[in-house]
Design a protein around this ligand. Structure first.
Ligand SMILES: *[C@@H]1O[C@H](CO)[C@@H](O)[C@H](O)[C@H]1NC(C)=O
Ligand SMILES: *[C@@H]1O[C@H](CO)[C@@H](O)[C@H](O)[C@H]1NC(C)=O
Ligand SMILES: *[C@@H]1O[C@H](CO)[C@@H](O)[C@H](O)[C@H]1NC(C)=O
Ligand SMILES: *[C@@H]1O[C@H](CO)[C@@H](O)[C@H](O)[C@H]1NC(C)=O
Length: 378
């Protein structure tokens, strides 16, 4: 009997300890969850109820001479005649860094191959790379190598600011200013990371449709609505209160890849002439510029943010962009542009089959960073 009593006590003790442990884990997690829930509730309320984004525009407006300090870096590499004398359908800017030679090589020989696009799609797409300068005295002389690379390919647009994460907004401004002065007649402008995959045939087809409908005020991508500024200092995206004091950012598209029509590109250019571009998150800054000139983004389910496309021909048939591709880009390009993709996915059976496949691939009961479930029914 004594033994049984002891066993029962030990049991209770273990139970108590387990409960305590579980409770403390829940409390620690809850605090973090709570922070993020609270900041999202606040930012959504701000976005959907208050919606006073006009104040942002006012408070970030600075005199022209001061705004110029964000754009008047001298060009180290430039190609002023890149677009000259051609009816450019799309100017495609790839954001890159001096050391990402392999990524640029991969882009040039896959989705960024201008000759291939011209031959197979019959439109002129200009692909250029935007970059800043390498850190001085880094051992390897990046600049010399860049000059060589540029002599071979003639597609690097480089300004003399330090190429760093916190200077991404300067890179954004570089792109809009370059387009304004060198390629203003292009019908569309796209900016993309150097580790994304762009299904250029699908994209061009889609943009041709947009253009045939005479759409202006056009800005498409993966839209972030009511995103809160991150106030935790550990985050890469930390933004201090002094830099941005409101509860939510204006709507913006994920920087991985988005497209605007030329009228929007021009308006955004105008906005960059009067705004304080200290905010270093480039896609958020784009949202602030667009907000200042009254442009709002529209969502396209097959534009990726951070997400990666599942490998399947039913996806290849409709995808626009997919994020996080480096090594697999050659295979993906081959598979995604294979003529059989369109053959197998068309017709009633093809479409029914693809809807089923996409439901399996995209509609999961748990979070999975890819295209949203509704993309299965498009
Ligand atoms: C680009 O495409 C053309 C035509 O399809 C091809 O001849 C050329 O080798 C490609 N360029 C690269 C860098 O792969
Ligand atoms: C941005 O570039 C400027 C000009 O090169 C440089 O002075 C500054 O330190 C850079 N900022 C960051 C955060 O890297
Ligand atoms: C731009 O904003 C930063 C803070 O984000 C501030 O330090 C700077 O003084 C502002 N620039 C101008 C010209 O007002
Ligand atoms: C933003 O500010 C600029 C310059 O002060 C002004 O011309 C523009 O109309 C403002 N935009 C909005 C949406 O209030």
């Amino acid at each position: 009997m004594f033994l049984r009593f002891r066993r029962a006590r030990r049991c209770q003790c273990v139970q108590l300890m387990t409960t305590c442990l579980v409770l403390s884990v829940v409390m620690v997690c809850w605090e973090q969850l709570d922070n993020s829930v609270v900041s999202h509730v606040k930012s959504y309320s701000y976005r959907y109820l208050v919606n006073r984004f006009i104040d942002i525009n006012k408070s970030l407006t600075i005199p022209h001479e001061q705004a110029r300090t964000f754009s008047n870096f001298p060009y180290l590499l430039d190609h002023p005649d890149k677009c000259a004398g051609r009816d450019v359908f799309l100017l495609l800017f790839v954001k890159t860094s001096p050391e990402n030679t392999d990524r640029r090589k991969a882009v040039r020989s896959t989705w960024g191959n201008e000759t291939y696009i011209q031959n197979t799609l019959g439109v002129t797409v200009k692909v250029v790379f935007a970059l800043g300068a390498a850190r001085k005295g880094e051992g390897i002389n990046f600049q010399k190598r860049l000059i060589q690379e540029d002599r071979l390919h003639g597609d690097l647009i480089q300004q003399d600011f330090l190429d760093s994460f916190h200077n991404l907004t300067l890179k954004l401004i570089l792109q809009f200013h370059w387009m304004h002065s060198r390629c203003a007649h292009a019908h569309f402008f796209m900016t993309a990371d150097d580790d994304i995959f762009v299904h250029v045939p699908n994209l061009v087809g889609y943009l041709q449709d947009v253009r045939s409908r005479g759409v202006t005020h056009f800005w498409v991508g993966r839209v972030h609505r009511g995103a809160p500024p991150i106030r935790s200092k550990d985050s890469k995206y930390y933004v201090p209160f002094e830099m941005y004091q409101w509860l939510a950012y204006p709507d913006y598209t994920a920087g991985a890849g988005y497209v605007v029509s030329s009228d929007v590109a021009d308006k955004v250019y105008q906005a960059t002439l009067t705004l304080n571009a200290s905010l270093y998150i480039d896609d958020v800054f784009m949202g602030i510029c667009a907000n200042a000139v009254g442009v709002t983004p529209q969502e396209h389910v097959y534009f990726a943010g951070e997400g990666k496309a599942p490998y399947h021909m039913c996806i290849y048939d409709q995808m626009m962009t997919s994020h996080g591709h480096v090594e697999d880009i050659y295979d993906l390009w081959k598979a995604a542009t294979h003529p059989q993709v369109k053959q197998w996915t068309s017709g009633l059976t093809g479409r029914l089959y693809c809807t089923a496949v996409k439901m399996v691939l995209l509609c999961k009961p748990y979070y999975f960073n890819t295209y949203p479930c509704k993309a299965a029914f498009l």
